[in-house]
Structure formats: structure tokens, C-alpha cells
Write a protein that binds this ligand. Structure first.
Ligand code: PLP
Length: 436
């Protein structure tokens, strides 16, 4: 097809210059590089849907608190490795307010983003019991977390949950857990890339299996309270963010400042370890470190070795945002609902032009509109679709890189600009005509 919105010849040349044997395996950074290069060379605007970067302004409450903390001179002082007491207690209160779960301040630990939170969690979980050395990913998932496993020379197993929703989930989990090598299970909820959310029954079955096989559950809440089907933003009032914490004994929640508060640049989040897990001793930890509980090893051995704590001023920012949210004076959900509005419009345009949403339901309920959604086009693999859309000035990443077995793409709503709905429609019209 030669009549593509982005010059066909130039696009072909640029794509080929990257020497990628399978375009579907291109990383997000490669897609960004290709699309940016094409934008420059052809002066054609791209609709960027590859990057999961918050596209909103950071919460002002956080910025103000951070400036104030810096003006008070905290930059010169090493942060307390346990975390600033203000943040620990506000994190515990925030968890009570929006998840309705009791986790003591002691067990709420600041990290330099959930990225560090999962790294330290994988590392610690894998050292607890000899032979339990593998992390189980309920996929699709966030590719960098598998990269973390590779970096630390750990092992992982994974399965695409697409075929195993509902009652089938616990049978599938048992298949893995009964082998006895699974140290921890990880998933994100809402899910990156597919934006499904596990139902209460599914969370209960994950917890039952984890309890039965004494496995730790790592629940990645990077998109905290962003299941916009529910009114989750009222502190200390139901409905609450769904969580494994209601059902499991040994769990770790990763709560990130990046998306809920658009605070990704400061690298701040909280790892909240269940009270029971925090205080539990494990033979592997005693052998390796000479003592300590899961929580103290996590902080005083692992985080200490990784970064000696978390940026001091960012902790004050997060504490202030948590506090204002729990006080009911800062409605963080209303701001991020913008992603849901964008997804609704984008999904309609894609489906009007012959695309389908891949992960479209939580059992019998349509998934929420949010930060991401997944698309497929009949007769094309994810890899082919990803490459083809580049010619139409649309960039997204293949589901293949997320551990999904489905043929399709992940589209992120965060960089969409107001003028781009019309542009998308124009381009997909041409795409449809060219693929009749
Ligand atoms: C599922 C998931 N977990 C973790 C992260 C990283 O969060 P943070 O910025 O807090 O490190 C992301 C960011 O895109 C994510 O999508």
C-alpha cells in the first residue's frame, strides 16, 4: 500500500534501518525512536500510544510539600531508611481510607517507585525458603518486571490469564504452585496492559491458593483506584479498591505515586507489607543474613543495599498527597478520570473501523475505560499490526512483549491530545480502505 498517511518509502526505510528481525519484539524505546525519527523526517504528526507515561500535570499538593521540605534543608540529610515517619503513618491511613485494610505504619515502606518495590520484593521473596526460587507472573504484565528477574538471575514462570478467568483460575494456579518452587505470585490490578480487573472471587481464589501453598502475593497497584466503573475516590467509604489483602495472609501491595498522582518523575511509591508477613521469620533469611524478619530484611538489608532509602523530599510530597486524599480535601481520582474519557473515545474509533478489543471483559462485565486498552485487527498478527500502523502514524506496542498469547496491541491513552481523535479517525478510515 503506497497511499499511507506517513510517506511509505521513508517509513519502510526507517523501519528497516533498525534491523529488527521481528518487529513485534521491538521495545517501547525502539518504537519511540522509530516514530520520533519518522515525525521529524516526514513532518507528519504521530499518535503516540506506546508509552505508559502520565500525561497530566503533577499534583500541586505534592510539588508544594516537596519545595517546602527542601527549603527546610532536608536535602543534606540521609533519609531514614525505614521511611519518614510522616509518610509511613499517612500511607497506613491512606490504605485504610481507600482499601479498607489495616497495615501498620511500620510495614509501609517508601521506595523509589514501584519499580524498586517489585525488585526488592522479588529479591526478598526468592530468598525466604530454599527451593522456592521462582516468581509466577499472572500475565499479561509489565515487561520490565521480567527484566528485573533477568537482572537478578532469578527464575520466573508465567501464563496468559486470558483463557483462565473465573473458576478456571485456581486450577491453573494450583498447577504451578503444587510444584513447590513458587516464592511469589505477581499481577497488576487494574492490569497493565489489558486493563482488566480481577473480580472478588478471582482475588479470593488467588489468595486461597497462595495460603495453601504458602506463597507470597505481590499485588501491583500502579493504577490505584483507576477502575472507573466504581466510585472509588471517597475516603473511608465503600466501594474500596479491590485487593488480595482481604483474603491473603502474606502479601505485598505496591502503591505508586506515578500514575494516581502523576508523580512519576520523582520516583516515589510505597511498598506495604502485610503485618503478618512483615513480622515473619524465614529460614532462608536467617541463614543468609543471620536474622531478621521479612520486613526488616526488606528494609535494612535489601533497600539499604539498593539505594539507602528513598529521596527525602519526594517522601514529603507523597505524605502530603496521601494526607490530603484521606482528609477528603484532594480528589485525586477526578484528575485521572481523564484517561478513562480518552479510552472511551479511542475505543469507539478503533472499533468503528473494524478493530476489536482483545481483553474486553471481566467475566460478564465489560472492562473499564482507563489508562490502557488492547486492540486487534482480523487477519493480522500483533507484530504485523504494530508495523502496519506505523505507516498510518500510530504507534503502540505488541502484546507479545507482555506475556500475552493474543495477537494484538497495547494502546496507551496518556499522550493523546485533543486534536488527535479526528486525526485517528481520518487515518483509520484509510487503513480500513486499504485492508478490505
Ligand atoms: C504495572 C506497573 N507496575 C509498576 C510500574 C512502575 O511504577 P513506578 O513508576 O512507581 O516505578 C508501572 C509503570 O508503568 C506499571 O505499569
Amino acid at each position: 500500500m503506497k497511499n499511507t498517511p506517513v510517506d511509505y518509502k521513508v517509513t519502510k526505510e526507517v523501519i528497516e534501518s533498525y534491523g529488527l528481525p521481528d518487529f513485534g519484539k521491538a521495545t517501547i524505546r525502539e518504537v519511540v525512536a522509530i516514530s520520533s525519527q519518522l515525525e521529524e523526517l516526514t513532518k507528519t504528526e504521530f499518535i503516540h500510544m506506546e508509552m505508559g507515561v502520565p500525561g497530566l500535570k503533577p499534583a500541586q499538593i505534592g510539588v508544594d510539600a516537596e519545595i517546602k521540605a527542601l527549603q527546610n534543608g532536608i536535602a543534606s540529610v540521609y533519609p531514614n531508611i525505614n521511611g519518614a515517619p510522616e509518610l509511613k503513618s499517612e500511607a497506613s491511613r491512606f490504605i485504610k481510607a481507600f482499601i479498607d485494610i489495616d497495615i501498620d505504619p511500620e510495614c509501609c515502606v517508601p521506595v523509589t517507585g514501584s519499580m524498586q518495590g517489585t525488585y526488592a520484593s522479588f529479591l526478598t521473596c526468592g530468598q525466604c525458603v530454599q527451593g522456592k526460587d521462582t516468581i509466577l507472573f499472572i500475565d499479561p504484565g509489565f515487561p520490565v518486571q521480567k527484566q528485573q528477574i533477568v537482572v537478578m538471575s532469578y527464575k520466573y514462570e508465567s501464563f496468559d490469564v486470558y483463557e483462565y478467568r473465573g473458576d478456571k483460575l485456581s486450577v491453573k494456579l494450583e498447577e504451578f504452585l503444587s510444584k513447590g518452587n513458587i516464592a511469589a505470585i505477581i499481577y497488576s490490578n487494574p492490569n497493565n496492559p489489558a486493563w482488566f480487573c480481577f473480580t472478588e472471587n478471582e482475588l479470593r481464589s488467588i489468595a486461597q491458593m497462595a495460603n495453601k501453598y504458602d506463597t507470597i502475593v505481590i499485588e501491583d497497584l500502579a493504577y490505584f483506584a483507576m477502575d472507573f466503573r466504581k466510585e472509588l475516590g471517597k475516603p473511608f467509604e465503600p466501594p474500596y479498591q479491590s485487593t488480595i489483602a482481604k483474603y491473603a495472609d502474606y502479601y505485598i501491595l505496591q502503591i505508586s505515586g506515578s500514575k494516581a498522582f502523576s508523580y512519576a518523575g520523582q520516583r516515589i511509591g510505597v511498598t506495604a507489607v502485610s503485618n503478618k508477613l512483615y513480622h515473619r521469620t524465614y529460614p532462608g533469611l536467617i541463614q543468609r543474613y543471620g536474622g531478621g524478619t521479612f520486613g526488616t530484611v526488606y528494609i535494612h538489608r535489601v533497600l539499604y543495599a539498593l539505594s539507602s532509602g528513598t529521596s527525602h523530599s519526594a517522601q514529603f510530597a507523597l505524605a502530603a498527597m496521601f494526607k490530603a486524599a484521606s482528609d477528603g480535601t484532594f480528589d485525586f481520582i477526578t484528575d485521572v478520570k481523564e484517561y478513562g474519557r480518552r479510552a472511551k473515545k479511542l475505543k469507539k474509533i478503533f472499533t468503528d473501523y473494524g478493530f476489536y478489543i482483545v481483553y474486553d471483559h471481566d467475566l460478564d462485565e465489560p472492562i473499564a475505560d482507563g489508562f490502557y486498552f488492547t486492540i486487534t485487527y482480523p487477519g493480522m498478527t500483533g507484530s504485523e499490526l504494530m508495523k502496519e500502523l506505523i505507516y498510518y502514524g500510530i504507534s503502540a506496542i505488541s502484546l507479545g512483549t507482555t506475556g500475552s498469547n493474543q495477537e494484538g496491541l497495547r494502546a496507551c491513552t496518556s499522550f493523546i491530545k485533543d486534536n488527535q481523535y479526528e486525526l485517528l479517525e481520518e487515518r483509520l478510515k484509510v487503513f480500513k480502505e486499504n485492508h478490505l
